[in-house]
Ligand binder design. Structure first.
Ligand SMILES: NC(=O)c1ccc[n+]([C@@H]2O[C@H](COP(=O)([O-])OP(=O)(O)OC[C@H]3O[C@@H](n4cnc5c(N)ncnc54)[C@H](OP(=O)(O)O)[C@@H]3O)[C@@H](O)[C@H]2O)c1
Length: 334
């Protein structure tokens, strides 16, 4: 069984392709999954950069999708042959957030899905949407569920709302797709006019090049006559001030990303004056993933997979991700 783990002393040049023993048969409450795909997230890229000895040998990747090969005693939710997708927080099944770190997250605190076969408790997976291939399904664990929770689970998006998504990476393109499918208006930004054209072909109503228009928050406020209902904030300190300008009074900013860093100044008075809700969030729970899977099947949504790589090409795939030329998701398929 092939797997890719972080090798000493860490970093992309030291990812190790390993041949591990077959994990055998599932015990009570467990399933054996033949993993066929994973998808790349910025978070996985950060883990792959680590040099902390505690992470050496860690099998990478939070997202995994594949086929159930065997079920252990007492498993009633899955059968052999079912297509499944992994969950980001295996122990957070429902309700409000219960976790504030990555100690239980596959590919970070515990081994992940850059591997061909895995045995895990059944509740570490949900069914995958029937309309998706494995690579498409793998994009749901992290990027898909983050956008879903920000807009639907916590944002309570409704038809007629306006959504602002920053950039054209995995989370933001999911936000565009969910928002359009649910009858919202979408404004999306990018550093690339070509990517903005692709976003318009997916239904974006307004597009802004954030390099050409660094005051994009003011532009959004003007276009909308007062601001948007929801902001998908993936930038962090370098974009939050503009996002605060862009949100409407009493709107909702989902603080999701760290693309411009992990800390910085926040214009607190401007945020207070907007009376907006600024909510930090990390992905979501298993129940929300099941709701999202049902919605994706019903509306026929197909995640945007820009490019697929082989398991052995993981380091190259991360380098490609770092180049930020992709639109939507990058996947591993094996
Ligand atoms: N909290 C959570 O639960 C959660 C979950 C998933 C991801 N995240 C975080 O969210 C962020 C995005 O994740 P992702 O997987 O979507 O990443 P990704 O696919 O790698 O997105 C990269 C894209 O972000 C855009 N971008 C970069 N800098 C930007 C800036 N200053 N302003 C606006 N857009 C910018 C670029 O779009 P253009 O090329 O179009 O300019 C770039 O191509 C990351 O920080 C990630 O760690 C958090």
């Amino acid at each position: 069984m092939k797997a890719v783990a972080l090798g000493a002393p860490g970093g992309l040049d030291h990812l190790k392709l390993m041949d591990l023993p077959d994990p055998g048969t599932p015990g009570p409450g467990e399933i054996r999954v033949r993993v066929h795909a994973s998808s790349l997230n910025y978070h996985d890229y950060l883990v792959a950069q680590r040099t902390d000895p505690r992470y050496l040998g860690r099998i990478l990747m939070a997202d995994g999708a594949g086929v159930v090969e065997a079920v252990g005693p007492e498993v009633t939710e899955f059968s052999t042959g079912d297509h499944v997708v992994s969950t980001f927080f295996p122990h957070w099944l429902d309700g409000e957030a219960q976790v504030g770190d990555f100690s239980t997250v596959p590919g970070d605190g515990v081994d992940g899905y850059a591997r061909e076969v895995v045995i895990r408790p059944a509740h570490w997976f949900t069914h995958a949407p029937k309309n998706l291939d494995h690579a498409e399904a793998a994009t749901l664990t992290t990027a898909g569920l983050t956008a879903w929770r920000a807009l639907v689970g916590d944002g309570r998006l409704k038809a007629g709302d306006t959504v602002l998504a920053l950039g054209t990476g995995g989370v933001s393109i999911f936000a565009l797709q969910f928002a359009k499918a649910m009858g919202a208006r979408v404004i999306i930004t990018s550093s690339s006019d070509e990517k903005l054209a692709r976003a318009r072909s997916l239904g974006a109503d307004h597009t802004i090049n954030y390099k050409a228009d660094p005051q994009w928050g003011e532009t959004v406020r003007r276009i909308t006559g007062g601001g948007v209902d929801h902001v998908i904030e993936v930038g962090g300190p370098g974009t939050l001030a503009e996002s605060i300008k862009a949100v409407r009074i009493a709107g909702h900013i989902s603080l999701i990303g760290v693309l411009t860093g992990g800390s910085g100044e926040v214009p607190t008075a401007a945020l207070m004056a907007k009376q907006a809700r600024l909510q930090g969030l990390i992905v979501g729970n298993r129940r929300q993933q099941q709701d999202m899977v049902r919605a994706i099947e019903t509306i026929g949504l197909r995640p945007v997979v820009d490019r697929r790589f082989a398991l052995e090409q993981l380091a190259d795939a991360f380098r490609h991700e770092a180049g930020q030329t992709h639109f939507g998701k990058l996947c591993l398929e094996f």
